[in-house]
Design a protein around this ligand. Structure first.
Ligand code: DAU
Length: 336
């Protein structure tokens, strides 16, 4: 593992870039290649100076394009990890096909190439594939997949493709499903960075429905550290949940953001997201039994450092000014 060659797909996005940073820091001998389409949510800046100082080799590639990705596979790798995805639930309400292309076709291409070049493959998935959890539910890796949104359905479809590659080809693949990640460099369309931005601007906070939906928040660096443990002992043909146990309602998170930013924006309850999952709850005991405790900073300290990071790096909010981000924000929030 120490001097492995790892291809990180989607390494310029939120979780992907945090993973590359943690990997580069904690595995100085590892050889890291990033392939990223640099869509509206991917930025080479997220990698800091890792590209300039040639610590990371970069390919501008879309995982859904077989020929282009095939060229990348001519370098040899010990592992391919896929973070590349369309991830924003609200966007998936408007443009389902871009989700199918990135999240389903893209994973199909990566699976085919990993078979062709005989490389193990790790797919990063989400707790949303299980659908909403009731107060007594606790989804293990065996639970049925019942996705609610087009986003979640496309991730579930990818998971099924990976599982079929195990059964059909005996392929050396694994899946990790995680809960809501937060931390530095998240595209500011997601709840935490978007609301920090609105609070700075003094604009109203659009809370969907009653705001009592619950999410389990995992700091992205804690998730990435867990992934490092997992790839050091690659769990071929297995699925692992890696989820936070710190569960908060959206209103609780928003109250903390108001307090930490000192912002004075009004809370504005708007129409709920269609098919909005009230709660997720996944059981990570399989991961803990095999890899040890899951380090989780508590949300209080995690949010404090996260808010500080966004306040210290206000340029990230300029990304909301891009054409694609602007037209989404305009049509989604201003025509409710
Ligand atoms: O659970 C894992 C998932 O977490 C990932 O698979 C997704 O890629 C990721 O986007 C995230 O999904 P959520 O829908 O939970 O994240 P989001 O930040 O969009 O919303 C968090 C909660 O806040 C959710 O209940 C919806 C609510 N919300 C969000 C926005 C952007 C609002 O009330 N108003 C908003 O404007």
């Amino acid at each position: 593992m120490a001097d492995s060659s790892i291809l990180v797909c989607g390494g310029c996005g939120f979780i992907g870039s945090n993973f590359v940073r943690v990997l580069a820091e904690q595995r100085p001998q590892a050889r890291i290649t990033v392939a990223d389409a640099l869509s509206y949510a991917g930025y080479t800046d997220n990698l800091g100076d890792l590209l300039d100082n040639r610590r990371v080799v970069f390919f501008l590639r879309n995982i859904a394009e077989y020929e282009g990705m095939r060229e990348v596979f001519h370098n040899s790798y010990d592992l391919v990890i896929n973070f590349a995805a369309e991830t924003h639930v609200d966007r998936s309400l408007y443009n389902t096909s871009s989700f199918v292309r990135a999240n389903v076709v893209g994973v199909d291409v990566l699976l085919a190439l990993c078979r062709e070049f005989n490389v193990p493959f790790l797919q990063i998935s989400t707790d949303e594939v299980y659908g909403p959890a009731g107060e007594k539910d606790c989804f293990t890796e065996e639970a049925q997949l019942k996705p609610s949104s087009p986003y979640a359905a496309s991730k579930a479809a990818a998971d099924l493709l990976v599982q079929s590659a195990i059964r059909t080809f005996g392929q050396d693949v694994a899946i990790v499903r995680t809960t809501n990640n937060y931390g530095p460099r998240q595209f500011p369309e997601k709840l935490i960075p978007y609301f920090i931005h609105l609070l700075q601007q003094g604009q109203p906070l659009p809370v969907y429905g009653d705001g009592l939906q619950k999410r389990c928040w995992l700091h992205v660096e804690d998730f990435c550290s867990a992934l490092l443990k997992l790839i050091a002992d690659f769990p071929s043909r297995e699925i692992f949940n890696i989820g936070a146990t710190s569960e908060y309602t959206n209103l609780e998170v928003i109250e903390s953001l108001i307090r930490l930013t000192g912002g004075r924006s009004p809370v504005n309850h708007v129409a709920d997201r269609p098919a909005h999952d009230r709660r997720y709850w996944i059981d990570s005991s399989k991961f803990i039994a095999r890899y040890g405790a899951l380090t989780q900073r508590d949300l209080r300290s995690g949010l404090e450092s996260t808010v500080k990071w966004y306040l210290d790096n206000p340029r990230i909010f300029e990304r909301l000014g891009g054409n694609e981000a602007q037209s989404f924000e305009q049509s989604h929030y201003h025509h409710q």
